[in-house]
Design a protein around this ligand. Structure first.
Ligand SMILES: CC(C)(COP(=O)(O)OP(=O)(O)OC[C@H]1O[C@@H](n2cnc3c(N)ncnc32)[C@H](O)[C@@H]1OP(=O)(O)O)[C@@H](O)C(=O)NCCC(=O)NCCS
Length: 166
C-alpha cells in the first residue's frame, strides 16, 4: 500500500449513502439489472459482510460479501468492489479483496465467487469457474465467473444453481 493512511473497517449503516454514491459512479443505473444485483436481492436480509476503506474520515472504497448457496453448498459472492477513482492504483482494492478472504475463512466458508475481470482478480488467487459448473440466475459472461478456493479443491465439490441465500 501507499504512504496514505488507509484504514479498513466493517461497513456501518451510516456509510450506506457514501457507498451507494461509489456504486452509482462506477456502475451507473444499469447496476440494478445486473445478475449480481439479483443475487444480492435474493439474499434479502441475510447477514452480509461488508467493508469500507477510509483515508482519514473519507470513505474511498467498499466491498461486500453476500451469502449464497451453490446447490446446497454455502459460500459467498464478492461484490460490488469499488474504489473512488482518485484513490485507484494504491492497493486499496487488493486490500479489500484480501480482507474478504480473511472474513470468509473466519466463518468457515471455503469458496468465494464473483463476476469480474480475471486479469485483475487472478493476482488474488481467483480463477475461472469451468463453464457449465455453476448456473447463475441471469445472463453473465461465463469467462467472468471466477472463484477463490479457500480450501484446496473446494470448487471440485460444488456445482449447480447459484442463489443468494436468504
Ligand atoms: C477495479 C478496481 C476495484 C481496482 O481497485 P484499485 O484499488 O485500483 O486496485 P489495486 O490498487 O489493488 O490494483 C491496481 C492494479 O490492478 C490493475 N487493474 C485495475 N483494474 C483492472 C482490470 N479491470 N483488469 C486488469 N487489471 C486491472 C491496475 O492496472 C493496477 O495494476 P498494477 O499494480 O500493475 O499497477 C477499481 O479500479 C474500481 O473500483 N473500478 C471500477 C469498478 C469495478 O470495475 N469494480 C470491479 C468489478 S469487476
Amino acid at each position: 500500500m501507499s504512504e496514505l493512511q488507509i484504514s479498513l473497517e466493517t461497513m456501518h449503516a451510516q456509510d450506506r449513502d457514501a457507498v451507494e454514491r461509489l456504486h452509482a459512479r462506477a456502475f451507473g443505473p444499469g447496476r440494478f439489472s445486473r445478475t449480481a444485483f439479483r443475487i444480492r436481492e435474493q439474499a434479502g436480509q441475510a447477514e452480509s459482510l461488508a467493508f469500507v476503506a477510509r483515508v482519514g474520515s473519507l470513505l474511498v472504497a467498499a466491498v461486500q460479501l453476500t451469502p449464497i448457496r451453490i446447490g446446497t453448498h454455502p459460500a459467498f459472492m464478492l461484490g460490488p468492489l469499488t474504489v473512488d477513482p482518485p484513490f485507484e492504483g494504491k492497493g486499496i482494492g487488493g486490500a479489500l479483496i484480501e480482507r474478504c478472504a480473511i472474513a470468509a475463512r473466519a466463518v468457515k466458508r471455503d469458496l468465494i465467487i464473483l463476476v469480474g475481470d480475471e486479469p485483475y482478480y487472478k493476482r488474488f488467487g481467483y480463477k475461472r469457474v469451468p463453464m457449465g459448473k455453476i448456473s447463475l440466475p441471469g445472463p453473465v459472461d461465463p469467462m467472468r465467473v471466477l472463484a477463490l478456493e479457500l480450501e484446496p479443491g473446494a470448487l471440485a465439490n460444488v456445482s449447480g444453481e447459484l442463489r443468494g441465500s436468504a
